[in-house]
Each structure stands twice: as C-alpha cells, then as structure tokens.
Design a binder for this molecule. Structure first.
Ligand code: DGY
Length: 337
C-alpha cells in the first residue's frame, strides 16, 4: 500500500545495496526487483505503471513498456552505456536519462589490459593446459606468447576509457599509442606521444587493437570483414565496448582463416554468450562475461552515482551525470494520480 507521505514511486532493478535502497526509500515508495523473470514480469510492469523513477543495471526498457509508464520522469541506468534504452522516445517524452560515467573508467581500462595480457601471453589456454594435466615437459616455442611491452596499441575511440587504456599502455608498457577519435586529443598526444589515425591506418599499423567506442548506428559493425582483413595477421583484437561494434560472424571467419592472431572479448552480439559459440572453442580467444566494470568497488560507486542522480533529479535539481538534460521536462511537483 502506498505511503502518502512520500512524494514519489521508484522501481529499482538489480545491483543496489541495502543502504542505497534505504536512501531511495527516504523519498519514495520503492519496488525492488533483484531480477526480472517471466514469473515477476507482470509485477514489474504494474510497478512501472505508477513509477516516477526507474533505476537499475541492464534495464531493458522498450518503447512499448514506456507507453505503460505514464508518470515516468527519470531513468537512472547503472551503466555508462545507454544503448539498451530507447533514448529518442524517452527524450520526446521529456524523461531524463542519467548514466554512470567516470566512476568506472579505471576499472574498465583494467579489464581491457587484463584481456590484452591474456591474449598476448595465452594465459587462459596455458593455465588450462596445466589444470588438464598436459604440462608434462618443458614448454617449447609452441607455447610461447607475444610481448605486450613495446607493441603498438591502437585504441578505437579515445574517450575517457580509451584514454585510461592508452595511459596504461604508454606509461606501464612503453607502447606506442595510436588512436581514432572525432577530434584530436592534445592531452593524449602531449602526455603519451599518442598519434591520431584513420580507422583504416590504425588497423593496419597496430599490434593490438582495442575497441572502446559507444555503440550506436555509426559504430554498428564498425569492425566488419573488410576492417578485419586490414589488420596484421599477427595482431590481436580486444573488445570491451559492445558486441555489435564487431561483426561477430566475420570475426569468427577471420580467426579461422588466421587473418588475425587472437581476440580478447568481454562483450558479444548476444549476451549471455552461448557455451556452444564457435568463439568458446578457439584456443586463441579469451572470453569473459561482460565484466568491464564488475568489481565490488566500482559497481558500488556506479550504483551510488545512479541513486544520487535519481534523488537529485526527482527533487528538480540538476543530477551529476545526465545524458539528455536539454530534453528533460522538470516537474518538481509531488505525486500525480
Ligand atoms: C557499462 O557501464 O556500460 C558497462 O558496459 C557495464 O554494463
């Protein structure tokens, strides 16, 4: 039953701690869903029908669902990416969207580097060899990896996360850095000696290509068969962006043909990746389950930022990290209906 002393109703989905839910409960009636399943989907939709705020990780909000949420004013996603949200429809309705940039930058760059290390030094493949009892003699050149230090690191999309990856490469591993970006990045060029390239040039020169672009119409299948054909056969591809930035079928074909040496993938066209995907059978592919920002510290900081954004926005104040603030119709009044 609604508490009429609280002005708002909030639907919260996944990834919120008890103190964070308590903060939300101070201003709102909160319906919390640890997950949305076929069993509780009707309850979720019924809570959404009267909600002013929606917060959560991996929110799957379609335009059809939005039509069932007439009071919705703010959507606070616990992610930096918002490609899973119908941004245009939300903006047209004057609904504010907030995301969680910055707090995950360093952790996601760590993940990229973990994949770089794992693909270059064949960590998963060789660890499995030991576990499976196949370490029976001195290792030979058949088990050797490829250096990381000194190799040319190509970063596709030198935003915050791309820049943090570049810093690790240049300062930690003496790697020459190439990058693509809409505009040049003087700080990266001055501090790290990074050089801007066209995508084509970067792909042909880099030993390790790391993708860190947002997913949108422009980046859909940015790395397609032609792009893969332009990479060095000795190169590795690392993707911590979004699965659909890569044409996955073309990547599988390129790996099969030896057009590139290895891939480290944290994101996939379809998630969860099915265990019988051809990618899981390739010894030169390292797959992780979309763990870019998945540390205790960072997921907590992301959830806290999303809570702060939601509370501030419902109070009619500017949230810290809005996505579409200019479309937001602030309604600093109390509960409708
Ligand atoms: C993000 O924040 O967008 C990461 O990919 C985690 O979902």
């Amino acid at each position: 039953m609604a508490d009429n002393t609280k002005p708002w109703r909030i639907v919260a989905v996944r990834r919120l701690s008890k103190p964070q839910l308590d903060t939300l409960s101070e201003i709102a009636d909160v319906s919390y869903f640890e997950d949305i399943t076929t069993t509780n989907r009707a309850d979720f939709m019924s809570a959404l029908a009267t909600a002013h705020g929606l917060i959560g990780g991996k929110l799957e909000l379609t335009e059809a669902m939005l039509a069932e949420a007439p009071l919705l004013q703010v959507v606070a996603t616990i992610s930096v990416g918002y490609d899973h949200l119908p941004l245009e429809a939300l903006s047209q309705r004057g609904i504010l969207v907030c995301n969680t940039p910055d707090v995950l930058t360093e952790t996601t760059a760590d993940t990229a580097f973990a994949l770089i290390m794992a693909t270059q030094r064949r960590l998963v493949e060789l660890s499995n060899m030991v576990r499976e009892g196949h370490w029976s003699a001195h290792i030979s050149s058949a088990h050797f990896g490829t250096d990381v230090h000194g190799k040319t690191l190509g970063i596709v999309g030198a935003g915050r996360i791309g820049a943090a990856i570049a810093k690790r490469g240049a300062l930690g591993f003496s790697m020459p850095i190439l990058y693509t970006a809409g505009t040049s990045k003087p700080a990266l060029e001055q501090e790290l000696g990074a050089q801007r390239r066209s995508l084509e040039a970067l792909l042909s020169e880099a030993d390790i290509v790391c993708l860190s672009v947002p997913y949108n119409d422009d980046t859909h299948h940015l790395i397609n068969a032609a792009a893969l054909a332009g990479m060095k056969p000795t190169a590795a591809l690392v993707n911590i962006a979004r699965g659909k930035v890569v044409d996955e079928d073309a990547l599988i074909q390129a790996l099969r043909r030896g057009q590139l040496r290895a891939a480290g993938l944290d994101v996939f066209s379809q998630e969860p990746l099915q265990a019988d995907s051809p990618l899981t059978a390739m010894h030169n592919v390292v797959v992780t389950p979309h763990i870019g920002s998945a540390t205790h510290e960072t997921r907590d900081a992301m959830a806290q930022l999303a809570v702060d954004n939601l509370v501030q926005a419902l109070a009619g104040k500017g949230p810290r990290t809005p996505v579409n603030e200019r479309h937001w119709r602030r309604t600093n009044n109390t509960q409708e209906g």
